[in-house]
Design a protein around this ligand. Structure first.
Ligand code: SAM
Length: 255
């Protein structure tokens, strides 16, 4: 080994800094690439869950705020975490007060454009923060938390669910839609294997912001401590390689 290092000293001295620069460049480019991908995907109407979202969020209009001031105005306070380019905002009831959180600072300009198209709801600037620690948001202050397509890519689902429970007012609702691991192994066992292999190879995570195709997620939500969880598994209509993420989960958990 020592001899090999000695013989290849020049190569090692050259390659190590090059690899270091490539790694640094990748980490700089990755969040920008993902924002561009999200924008392209959603603005061309290719984003998933269009029909499901419409139905899923329809019940938001029947929610009554815990905050007496908002209640008088028949409005609610919504926190959307991992807001991305803002695809869900068009489903929020008129007069809603929306707090939008995302960890990716490159989304700011997309969020500003999105806000301009939402004159019917009250929005603020994008709060750039990690879902694992949203200290800017007070305990028991939120009527509804919305998270879609985010728990697949976070390092620690349980910490985020604890944060959601912390900020929700008593009786508050957590609306979720996520893609999950294949759940019908009899019919789609091959898809499950491909999800595992794709994850193991790391290419999917590499391209899509740390996304895991093979997470269960419902188990985490069920054991997080909500008073009730109403969830359904379904298949989302997708195409080409994205059909690997067709198995999905939607639901509402109540604090
Ligand atoms: C796949 S995108 C989905 C965006 C949007 N919710 C949608 O359905 O189109 C996931 C988003 O969650 C954000 N995100 C991922 N992990 C996060 C974390 N730990 N805290 C806050 N945002 C996070 C990403 O930056 C990205 O904007």
């Amino acid at each position: 080994m020592v001899l090999w290092c000695h013989d290849n000293l020049f190569t090692i001295i050259t390659i190590v800094p090059v690899l270091w620069v490539i790694r640094r460049l990748f980490y700089r480019i990755q969040p920008r690439w993902f924002v561009y991908f999200l924008h392209l995907f959603n603005s061309n109407g290719l984003g998933p869950f269009k029909e499901e979202s419409k139905d899923h969020f329809a019940s938001l209009s029947s929610i009554v705020s815990h905050d007496p001031e908002l209640r008088k105005k028949k409005a609610i306070r919504i926190l959307e975490i991992g807001v991305g380019t803002g695809v869900n905002s068009c489903h929020y009831p008129d007069g809603s007060h929306l707090v939008a959180v995302d960890r990716n600072p490159h989304l700011k300009s997309y969020w500003e454009n999105c806000r301009k198209r939402l004159p019917n709801i009250h929005t603020g600037e994008l709060l750039v923060a990690s879902a694992e620690n949203m200290e800017q948001i007070a305990d028991n202050s939120i009527d509804v938390v919305v998270v879609t397509l985010m728990l697949c890519s976070v390092p620690d689902i349980d910490t985020i669910l604890r944060e959601i429970l912390r900020v929700l007012a008593s009786g508050g609702k957590y609306y979720f839609i996520e893609h999950i691991a294949e759940f019908d192994l009899q019919k789609h066992g091959l898809r499950r294997k491909l999800q595992d292999v794709g994850h193991w190879l790391g290419f999917w995570s590499f391209l899509f912001d740390g996304c895991h195709m093979n997470r269960d997620i419902l188990t985490n939500i069920e054991r997080a401590g909500f008073s009730s969880v109403d969830a359904q598994k379904f298949y989302n209509k997708t195409w080409f390689i994205f059909s690997l993420t067709s198995p999905s989960l939607k639901g509402i958990a109540t604090k």
